[in-house]
Design a protein around this ligand. Sequence first.
Ligand code: BTN
Length: 253
Amino acid sequence: MIRTKTNANKNLQNARIIRYDVTDSTNTRAREYAKENAPDSPVVFIAEAQSAGRGRRGRSFDSSAGAGIYISFLMPVGDRQKDAASITANAAVKLCRALEEFFGISAGIKWVNDIYVNDRKLAGILAESVLSDSGEIKYYICGIGINIFKREFPAEIREIAITVEEIIAKKPDKAGFLNAMLAEFLSDEDEDFIVEYRKRSILIGEEISVYLFSGESFFATVQDVGDGAELIVKTEDGKIKSLTSAEVSVRKK
Ligand code: BTN
């Protein structure tokens, strides 16, 4: 696929980047910043450690000091409304490209927000929105956490997490990768990302368990990813469903 990283350098030079040694959560910092400053261009928040790193569905995200990249992009919505699923899907593709170009890592995407290598989770994405007083979406926050250095993970994720260091079997250049990532993320919009998202999906064709936020759950087979990053599945009784948000896991055969 032909892809151009348009304006990456210009955007990188102009970007406002706010760094912390430790903060609660870069997504929370981005939200507070949006409310206080109402910026009209993207702002990037980067922390060496987070004391309250957040994942999807209220889970915590292990954010040990210096061990990973913890970064959030605050993006004004402007006149083109998007949705959190597309923001997440676009970020997942950009992150996979940066991992491949910088480290030679070939990563897959587990719908909608997880980056996987060798059946283990390398990174997660948490997209949130900031609303105006009248309830319109004013900003998107796209928070990304990547496991860079090898470490002892908390027991509940020890069996599923992986780090860049384990994959490339040497000490990763974290600062170099952060710059490569910024160039990828601050390049101008790539409308074709969903094609690459599908190619990198590790779920298409798989039998999965689906857990809806309503509490309902069912088994299904993944057919495709739609143009709006929705997961298209076929249930056991043959119905086609389009999921815009849910928790899914691959069924062990
Ligand atoms: C997930 O795995 O469910 C998503 C994890 C997202 C973690 C990142 S780290 C930077 C940003 N700040 C947070 O509190 N969360 C995101």
